[in-house]
Design a protein. Sequence first.
Lengths: 205, 205
Amino acid sequence: MGQTHRDALADLLVWRRDVRHFRTEAIDGAVLGRLRAAMDRAPAVGNARPWRVMQVEDAAKRAAVTANFEAANARAADIYEGEAAQKYRSLKLAGLHDAPVHLAVWTDTAPAEGAGLGRQTMPEMLAYSTVAAIHTLWLAARAENIGVGWVSILDPAPLKDLFGVPATWDLTAYLCVGHAAEDADTPLLHRAGWQDNTATHWDVV
Amino acid sequence: MGQTHRDALADLLVWRRDVRHFRTEAIDGAVLGRLRAAMDRAPAVGNARPWRVMQVEDAAKRAAVTANFEAANARAADIYEGEAAQKYRSLKLAGLHDAPVHLAVWTDTAPAEGAGLGRQTMPEMLAYSTVAAIHTLWLAARAENIGVGWVSILDPAPLKDLFGVPATWDLTAYLCVGHAAEDADTPLLHRAGWQDNTATHWDVV
């Protein structure tokens, strides 16, 4: 690898955002195929590759997820008081309405693949593998000029029933994917005055 | 972003490995500084940036971590029988002895930053943010021709005492960092016949 790789990765990291403002135009199927292929290259404990992606096209399912978000977000807002509560309610925290692609990303917590290697003492390594695959998709999307938003303000238990997944599957993320309405090199929550960027805490011991 | 970015990211993904075979030569401090800076660009729930990195130089602490791994790995080997047990014991699963840099990466599960945004219903989003930061470091290291190995065969509880971390910090990963003894475009566990690569499971619903 050389300077070209380092510069390209730096660009991707600087311009990758958690996107909540999407344009509604569709994403080309070939682009989605390349995002899926990028996930094939993500790291996985024991090479188990436990991520299970559902591309949610069904309108009723999308509406149910949106209602789940809205209820969870209303409850979350209630923990704040005064100015913080006002500010929280003014933030746009998900792009579920406009994003053309919704992805429910699950982790199989008991996959045959990998035969248990690397996850006896830290079984959370399976979900962590899925997170690395999601981050891989996120960077690959940024390289395709596609935005991704991770919706975590959800009550995950009812979603297992909604999608009828096996009992061993847990929801890791619900992603909105589409063309971002704008590009920005600074997180929205920093720009909105909710939480400034902080530097990585790094000690030598 | 253009084709240069897509090609560079593809190279990084193809050639990123979980490295267990390291050369012992030191890593330049400026390179480590760039890896730390890359983590500053990682995504984080509520922009909370809950990762806490400890660069472990102390020989006694390194020896204790290595002993923790060896005990956990011996217990893990006991779950296999026959040929699988033989194969498991033949795998090199950590490069703790040779890697010049050890990083213990913790997650603060109760950070002030972010003020709780995005993690009321899925508190695991904090550890997931740390995982994305680790994957960011991993790719940045690959771009610098530095290898990273994620050691997950550890009993995490005693490590909290060993490092004297606050009660709210959990171990997310213990990383070996150094020059890789070889480059490869295929996971070691695939090459060793433990677990072949599988394609990403992707359904439309």
